[in-house]
Design a protein around this ligand. Sequence first.
Ligand SMILES: Cc1cc2nc3c(=O)[nH]c(=O)nc-3n(C[C@H](O)[C@H](O)[C@H](O)COP(=O)(O)OP(=O)(O)OC[C@H]3O[C@@H](n4cnc5c(N)ncnc54)[C@H](O)[C@@H]3O)c2cc1C
Length: 311
Amino acid sequence: MVDVLQSVLDPTARAALRETLGERARFDEPLGPYASWKIGGPADAIADIETTQELADVLGLTHKRKIPWFVLGSGSNLLIGDGGIRGIVLRLAGEFAFIKVEEEEGMVVVRAGASASMALLTTQAASHGAVGVDSLAGIPGSVGGVLRMNAGTDREIGEFVREAWVQTPSKPQPHAVTPQYFYRHTTLAHDAVVARVVLAFERGDPHAVRAQMQRRLVRRKETQPLQFPNAGSCFRNPPGDKAGRLIEEIGAKGRRIGGAEVSPLHANFIVNRGGATASDVASLLAEVRREVAERFGVELELEVHFVGVFT
Ligand SMILES: Cc1cc2nc3c(=O)[nH]c(=O)nc-3n(C[C@H](O)[C@H](O)[C@H](O)COP(=O)(O)OP(=O)(O)OC[C@H]3O[C@@H](n4cnc5c(N)ncnc54)[C@H](O)[C@@H]3O)c2cc1C
Protein backbone atom coordinates (compact mmCIF):
# COMPACT_ATOMS: atom_id res chain seq x y z
CA MET A 1 0.00 0.00 0.00
CA VAL A 2 1.25 3.51 -0.80
CA ASP A 3 1.98 5.59 2.29
CA VAL A 4 -0.17 8.70 1.74
CA LEU A 5 1.74 10.51 4.48
CA GLN A 6 5.06 10.16 2.68
CA SER A 7 6.40 13.24 0.94
CA VAL A 8 6.08 13.26 -2.84
CA LEU A 9 8.95 15.74 -3.15
CA ASP A 10 12.24 14.03 -3.84
CA PRO A 11 15.57 15.72 -2.98
CA THR A 12 16.03 17.10 -6.51
CA ALA A 13 12.57 18.71 -6.48
CA ARG A 14 13.33 20.20 -3.06
CA ALA A 15 16.65 21.55 -4.33
CA ALA A 16 14.96 23.07 -7.42
CA LEU A 17 12.39 24.84 -5.24
CA ARG A 18 15.16 26.12 -2.93
CA GLU A 19 17.05 27.40 -5.93
CA THR A 20 14.01 29.39 -7.12
CA LEU A 21 12.84 30.76 -3.76
CA GLY A 22 15.75 30.45 -1.33
CA GLU A 23 14.59 30.50 2.30
CA ARG A 24 11.03 31.20 1.10
CA ALA A 25 10.76 27.49 0.32
CA ARG A 26 10.10 25.62 3.56
CA PHE A 27 9.63 21.91 4.02
CA ASP A 28 7.50 19.58 6.18
CA GLU A 29 5.86 22.43 8.13
CA PRO A 30 2.42 22.12 9.76
CA LEU A 31 -0.31 24.11 8.02
CA GLY A 32 -2.48 24.79 11.09
CA PRO A 33 -1.06 28.30 11.57
CA TYR A 34 -2.10 29.22 8.01
CA ALA A 35 -5.75 28.21 8.35
CA SER A 36 -8.44 30.10 10.26
CA TRP A 37 -9.56 26.83 11.94
CA LYS A 38 -5.95 26.39 13.18
CA ILE A 39 -6.07 22.80 11.98
CA GLY A 40 -3.92 20.96 9.45
CA GLY A 41 -0.98 18.58 9.16
CA PRO A 42 2.29 19.34 7.36
CA ALA A 43 2.85 20.33 3.75
CA ASP A 44 5.73 18.69 1.90
CA ALA A 45 6.67 22.24 0.92
CA ILE A 46 5.35 25.72 1.48
CA ALA A 47 6.40 28.14 -1.24
CA ASP A 48 6.12 31.84 -0.43
CA ILE A 49 5.93 33.46 -3.83
CA GLU A 50 6.51 37.19 -4.25
CA THR A 51 6.61 37.86 -7.99
CA THR A 52 4.79 36.91 -11.18
CA GLN A 53 8.00 35.39 -12.50
CA GLU A 54 8.48 33.25 -9.37
CA LEU A 55 4.90 32.01 -9.71
CA ALA A 56 5.53 31.17 -13.38
CA ASP A 57 8.75 29.36 -12.44
CA VAL A 58 7.17 27.31 -9.64
CA LEU A 59 4.12 26.43 -11.75
CA GLY A 60 6.53 25.44 -14.53
CA LEU A 61 8.38 23.19 -12.07
CA THR A 62 5.17 21.47 -10.98
CA HIS A 63 4.21 20.98 -14.63
CA LYS A 64 7.59 19.57 -15.68
CA ARG A 65 7.99 17.23 -12.71
CA LYS A 66 4.28 16.41 -12.30
CA ILE A 67 4.31 17.61 -8.69
CA PRO A 68 0.89 18.14 -7.07
CA TRP A 69 0.29 21.65 -5.73
CA PHE A 70 -2.34 23.69 -3.98
CA VAL A 71 -2.78 27.44 -3.74
CA LEU A 72 -3.56 28.71 -0.26
CA GLY A 73 -5.14 32.12 0.29
CA SER A 74 -5.89 33.26 3.83
CA GLY A 75 -7.07 29.74 4.71
CA SER A 76 -10.47 30.96 5.87
CA ASN A 77 -12.54 28.42 3.95
CA LEU A 78 -10.43 25.30 4.33
CA LEU A 79 -10.43 22.10 6.33
CA ILE A 80 -6.87 20.81 5.92
CA GLY A 81 -6.51 17.10 6.72
CA ASP A 82 -4.51 15.94 9.75
CA GLY A 83 -2.18 14.14 7.32
CA GLY A 84 -1.32 17.47 5.66
CA ILE A 85 -0.92 18.23 1.97
CA ARG A 86 1.34 16.28 -0.38
CA GLY A 87 3.23 18.43 -2.86
CA ILE A 88 3.76 22.18 -2.85
CA VAL A 89 1.49 24.67 -1.10
CA LEU A 90 1.75 28.04 -2.84
CA ARG A 91 1.27 31.23 -0.84
CA LEU A 92 1.26 34.54 -2.67
CA ALA A 93 2.75 37.69 -1.14
CA GLY A 94 5.02 40.57 -2.21
CA GLU A 95 3.85 42.10 -5.50
CA PHE A 96 0.56 40.16 -5.23
CA ALA A 97 -0.46 42.22 -2.17
CA PHE A 98 -1.09 45.57 -3.89
CA ILE A 99 -4.36 47.51 -3.76
CA LYS A 100 -4.94 50.62 -5.89
CA VAL A 101 -8.24 52.49 -5.77
CA GLU A 102 -9.10 55.19 -8.34
CA GLU A 103 -12.17 57.13 -9.37
CA GLU A 104 -12.79 56.83 -13.11
CA GLU A 105 -15.84 58.15 -15.00
CA GLY A 106 -18.26 57.96 -12.09
CA MET A 107 -16.97 54.55 -10.99
CA VAL A 108 -14.65 53.43 -8.21
CA VAL A 109 -12.11 51.11 -9.84
CA VAL A 110 -10.06 48.81 -7.61
CA ARG A 111 -6.97 47.02 -8.90
CA ALA A 112 -5.70 44.40 -6.47
CA GLY A 113 -3.30 41.48 -6.33
CA ALA A 114 -4.49 38.03 -5.29
CA SER A 115 -2.92 38.10 -1.84
CA ALA A 116 -4.37 41.49 -0.91
CA SER A 117 -6.60 41.39 2.14
CA MET A 118 -10.31 41.84 1.47
CA ALA A 119 -10.58 43.72 4.76
CA LEU A 120 -8.13 46.34 3.53
CA LEU A 121 -9.66 46.43 0.06
CA THR A 122 -13.20 46.98 1.33
CA THR A 123 -12.08 49.71 3.75
CA GLN A 124 -10.16 51.58 1.06
CA ALA A 125 -12.91 51.19 -1.55
CA ALA A 126 -15.58 52.34 0.94
CA SER A 127 -13.68 55.54 1.63
CA HIS A 128 -14.07 56.33 -2.10
CA GLY A 129 -17.82 55.60 -1.90
CA ALA A 130 -17.81 52.21 -3.69
CA VAL A 131 -21.49 51.26 -3.64
CA GLY A 132 -22.06 47.61 -2.71
CA VAL A 133 -18.59 46.99 -1.28
CA ASP A 134 -20.18 46.67 2.16
CA SER A 135 -21.54 43.25 1.01
CA LEU A 136 -17.94 42.04 0.91
CA ALA A 137 -16.90 43.55 4.24
CA GLY A 138 -15.94 41.24 7.09
CA ILE A 139 -14.97 38.34 4.83
CA PRO A 140 -11.55 37.37 6.19
CA GLY A 141 -10.14 36.14 2.88
CA SER A 142 -7.61 37.17 0.27
CA VAL A 143 -8.69 38.59 -3.08
CA GLY A 144 -7.72 35.35 -4.86
CA GLY A 145 -9.66 33.14 -2.44
CA VAL A 146 -12.68 35.42 -2.54
CA LEU A 147 -12.68 35.36 -6.34
CA ARG A 148 -12.29 31.56 -6.46
CA MET A 149 -15.22 31.16 -4.02
CA ASN A 150 -17.30 34.03 -5.47
CA ALA A 151 -17.64 35.01 -1.82
CA GLY A 152 -20.09 37.63 -0.63
CA THR A 153 -23.38 38.08 1.15
CA ASP A 154 -26.42 39.54 -0.59
CA ARG A 155 -24.04 40.66 -3.35
CA GLU A 156 -20.99 38.64 -4.40
CA ILE A 157 -17.59 39.66 -5.76
CA GLY A 158 -18.38 38.30 -9.25
CA GLU A 159 -20.88 41.11 -9.74
CA PHE A 160 -18.06 43.66 -9.53
CA VAL A 161 -15.32 41.92 -11.53
CA ARG A 162 -14.18 43.80 -14.63
CA GLU A 163 -11.03 41.76 -15.25
CA ALA A 164 -9.47 38.64 -13.72
CA TRP A 165 -5.89 37.65 -14.49
CA VAL A 166 -4.57 34.14 -13.82
CA GLN A 167 -1.44 32.01 -14.27
CA THR A 168 -1.56 28.26 -14.89
CA PRO A 169 1.07 25.50 -15.16
CA SER A 170 0.57 25.21 -18.94
CA LYS A 171 0.27 29.00 -19.50
CA PRO A 172 2.38 30.43 -16.70
CA GLN A 173 2.46 34.11 -17.72
CA PRO A 174 -0.50 36.22 -16.49
CA HIS A 175 -3.47 36.26 -18.84
CA ALA A 176 -7.05 37.50 -18.61
CA VAL A 177 -9.95 35.08 -18.21
CA THR A 178 -13.71 35.55 -18.02
CA PRO A 179 -15.14 32.93 -15.66
CA GLN A 180 -18.81 32.73 -14.77
CA TYR A 181 -19.79 33.30 -11.17
CA PHE A 182 -22.33 31.25 -9.21
CA TYR A 183 -23.34 30.90 -5.56
CA ARG A 184 -19.99 30.16 -3.84
CA HIS A 185 -18.29 28.81 -6.93
CA THR A 186 -17.01 29.86 -10.33
CA THR A 187 -16.01 28.28 -13.63
CA LEU A 188 -12.40 29.36 -13.07
CA ALA A 189 -10.18 26.48 -14.28
CA HIS A 190 -9.15 24.23 -11.38
CA ASP A 191 -5.46 24.85 -12.14
CA ALA A 192 -5.77 28.63 -12.49
CA VAL A 193 -3.98 30.71 -9.88
CA VAL A 194 -5.62 34.13 -9.61
CA ALA A 195 -2.85 36.73 -9.92
CA ARG A 196 -4.81 40.00 -9.89
CA VAL A 197 -8.25 41.48 -10.48
CA VAL A 198 -9.91 44.73 -11.47
CA LEU A 199 -13.20 45.48 -9.73
CA ALA A 200 -15.58 48.33 -10.58
CA PHE A 201 -18.24 49.81 -8.30
CA GLU A 202 -20.68 52.67 -8.85
CA ARG A 203 -19.55 55.73 -6.97
CA GLY A 204 -21.81 56.96 -4.17
CA ASP A 205 -21.54 58.91 -0.94
CA PRO A 206 -18.48 57.68 1.03
CA HIS A 207 -20.15 58.53 4.38
CA ALA A 208 -23.20 56.42 3.53
CA VAL A 209 -21.10 53.49 2.26
CA ARG A 210 -18.85 53.55 5.33
CA ALA A 211 -21.85 53.71 7.68
CA GLN A 212 -23.50 50.76 5.93
CA MET A 213 -20.24 48.80 6.15
CA GLN A 214 -19.93 49.58 9.85
CA ARG A 215 -23.47 48.28 10.47
CA ARG A 216 -22.60 45.04 8.70
CA LEU A 217 -19.41 44.57 10.73
CA VAL A 218 -21.24 45.18 14.02
CA ARG A 219 -23.91 42.67 12.98
CA ARG A 220 -21.23 40.05 12.24
CA LYS A 221 -19.73 40.52 15.70
CA GLU A 222 -23.15 39.96 17.24
CA THR A 223 -24.08 36.90 15.20
CA GLN A 224 -20.80 35.07 14.53
CA PRO A 225 -18.57 33.24 17.07
CA LEU A 226 -15.47 35.19 16.14
CA GLN A 227 -13.69 34.52 19.45
CA PHE A 228 -12.98 30.89 18.45
CA PRO A 229 -11.12 29.64 15.36
CA ASN A 230 -13.65 28.84 12.62
CA ALA A 231 -14.04 28.83 8.84
CA GLY A 232 -17.29 30.76 8.49
CA SER A 233 -20.37 28.93 7.24
CA CYS A 234 -19.63 25.25 6.73
CA PHE A 235 -22.55 24.42 4.44
CA ARG A 236 -24.04 26.31 1.53
CA ASN A 237 -27.59 27.47 2.06
CA PRO A 238 -30.02 25.15 0.24
CA PRO A 239 -32.38 26.92 -2.19
CA GLY A 240 -34.92 29.03 -0.29
CA ASP A 241 -33.63 28.06 3.16
CA LYS A 242 -30.74 28.53 5.56
CA ALA A 243 -28.36 25.71 6.49
CA GLY A 244 -28.03 27.27 9.97
CA ARG A 245 -31.80 27.06 10.56
CA LEU A 246 -31.92 23.35 9.62
CA ILE A 247 -28.94 22.54 11.87
CA GLU A 248 -30.51 24.46 14.74
CA GLU A 249 -33.80 22.57 14.23
CA ILE A 250 -32.12 19.17 14.71
CA GLY A 251 -30.85 20.45 18.06
CA ALA A 252 -27.17 20.33 17.14
CA LYS A 253 -26.12 23.69 18.61
CA GLY A 254 -23.41 23.10 21.21
CA ARG A 255 -22.78 19.51 20.11
CA ARG A 256 -19.12 18.49 20.33
CA ILE A 257 -16.79 15.89 18.91
CA GLY A 258 -13.30 16.19 20.40
CA GLY A 259 -12.34 19.85 20.22
CA ALA A 260 -14.90 20.69 17.52
CA GLU A 261 -18.23 22.27 18.47
CA VAL A 262 -21.33 23.35 16.55
CA SER A 263 -21.41 26.97 17.65
CA PRO A 264 -24.21 27.76 20.11
CA LEU A 265 -24.32 31.23 18.53
CA HIS A 266 -24.52 30.30 14.83
CA ALA A 267 -25.38 26.71 13.95
CA ASN A 268 -23.68 26.78 10.53
CA PHE A 269 -20.32 27.55 12.18
CA ILE A 270 -18.14 24.85 13.71
CA VAL A 271 -15.63 26.28 16.14
CA ASN A 272 -12.34 24.90 17.39
CA ARG A 273 -12.66 24.97 21.19
CA GLY A 274 -9.02 23.93 21.52
CA GLY A 275 -7.08 21.03 20.05
CA ALA A 276 -9.69 20.09 17.44
CA THR A 277 -8.42 17.84 14.67
CA ALA A 278 -9.60 17.71 11.07
CA SER A 279 -11.21 14.33 11.87
CA ASP A 280 -13.18 15.90 14.76
CA VAL A 281 -14.55 18.57 12.42
CA ALA A 282 -15.17 16.14 9.55
CA SER A 283 -17.05 13.74 11.88
CA LEU A 284 -19.21 16.54 13.26
CA LEU A 285 -19.99 17.81 9.76
CA ALA A 286 -20.92 14.28 8.64
CA GLU A 287 -23.18 13.76 11.67
CA VAL A 288 -25.00 17.06 11.18
CA ARG A 289 -25.39 16.46 7.46
CA ARG A 290 -26.84 12.95 8.03
CA GLU A 291 -29.33 14.15 10.64
CA VAL A 292 -30.50 17.07 8.50
CA ALA A 293 -31.02 14.67 5.57
CA GLU A 294 -32.97 12.20 7.76
CA ARG A 295 -35.18 14.88 9.28
CA PHE A 296 -35.77 17.22 6.33
CA GLY A 297 -34.71 15.24 3.24
CA VAL A 298 -32.22 18.03 2.44
CA GLU A 299 -28.68 17.07 1.40
CA LEU A 300 -26.53 19.93 2.65
CA GLU A 301 -23.57 20.76 0.43
CA LEU A 302 -20.25 21.75 1.93
CA GLU A 303 -19.11 25.33 1.47
CA VAL A 304 -15.73 24.72 3.13
CA HIS A 305 -13.17 22.96 0.96
CA PHE A 306 -11.59 19.75 2.27
CA VAL A 307 -7.94 19.53 1.23
CA GLY A 308 -5.10 17.15 1.89
CA VAL A 309 -4.96 13.79 3.60
CA PHE A 310 -7.62 12.78 6.13
CA THR A 311 -6.27 10.10 8.44
C1 LIG B 1 -15.44 34.46 10.27
C2 LIG B 1 -15.65 34.12 8.81
C3 LIG B 1 -16.66 34.77 8.10
C4 LIG B 1 -16.86 34.48 6.76
N1 LIG B 1 -17.85 35.13 6.08
C5 LIG B 1 -18.06 34.85 4.77
C6 LIG B 1 -19.10 35.52 4.03
O1 LIG B 1 -19.80 36.39 4.54
N2 LIG B 1 -19.29 35.18 2.74
C7 LIG B 1 -18.52 34.25 2.12
O2 LIG B 1 -18.73 33.98 0.93
N3 LIG B 1 -17.52 33.59 2.79
C8 LIG B 1 -17.27 33.88 4.07
N4 LIG B 1 -16.27 33.23 4.76
C9 LIG B 1 -15.48 32.16 4.08
C10 LIG B 1 -14.15 32.64 3.45
O3 LIG B 1 -13.65 33.83 4.06
C11 LIG B 1 -14.33 32.87 1.96
O4 LIG B 1 -14.68 31.66 1.32
C12 LIG B 1 -13.07 33.40 1.27
O5 LIG B 1 -13.37 33.60 -0.08
C13 LIG B 1 -11.88 32.47 1.38
O6 LIG B 1 -10.72 33.19 0.96
P1 LIG B 1 -9.28 32.70 1.40
O7 LIG B 1 -8.28 33.63 0.83
O8 LIG B 1 -9.23 32.50 2.87
O9 LIG B 1 -9.19 31.32 0.62
P2 LIG B 1 -8.69 29.90 1.18
O10 LIG B 1 -9.58 29.46 2.28
O11 LIG B 1 -7.24 29.94 1.45
O12 LIG B 1 -8.97 28.99 -0.09
C14 LIG B 1 -10.30 28.76 -0.53
C15 LIG B 1 -10.22 28.22 -1.96
O13 LIG B 1 -9.74 29.26 -2.82
C16 LIG B 1 -8.59 28.81 -3.52
N5 LIG B 1 -7.68 29.94 -3.70
C17 LIG B 1 -7.11 30.73 -2.76
N6 LIG B 1 -6.33 31.67 -3.32
C18 LIG B 1 -6.40 31.46 -4.66
C19 LIG B 1 -5.78 32.06 -5.80
N7 LIG B 1 -4.92 33.09 -5.71
N8 LIG B 1 -6.09 31.57 -7.04
C20 LIG B 1 -6.93 30.53 -7.18
N9 LIG B 1 -7.54 29.90 -6.15
C21 LIG B 1 -7.27 30.37 -4.91
C22 LIG B 1 -7.99 27.73 -2.64
O14 LIG B 1 -7.17 26.85 -3.40
C23 LIG B 1 -9.24 27.06 -2.10
O15 LIG B 1 -9.77 26.15 -3.03
C24 LIG B 1 -16.04 33.52 6.12
C25 LIG B 1 -15.02 32.88 6.84
C26 LIG B 1 -14.81 33.18 8.17
C27 LIG B 1 -13.70 32.51 8.93
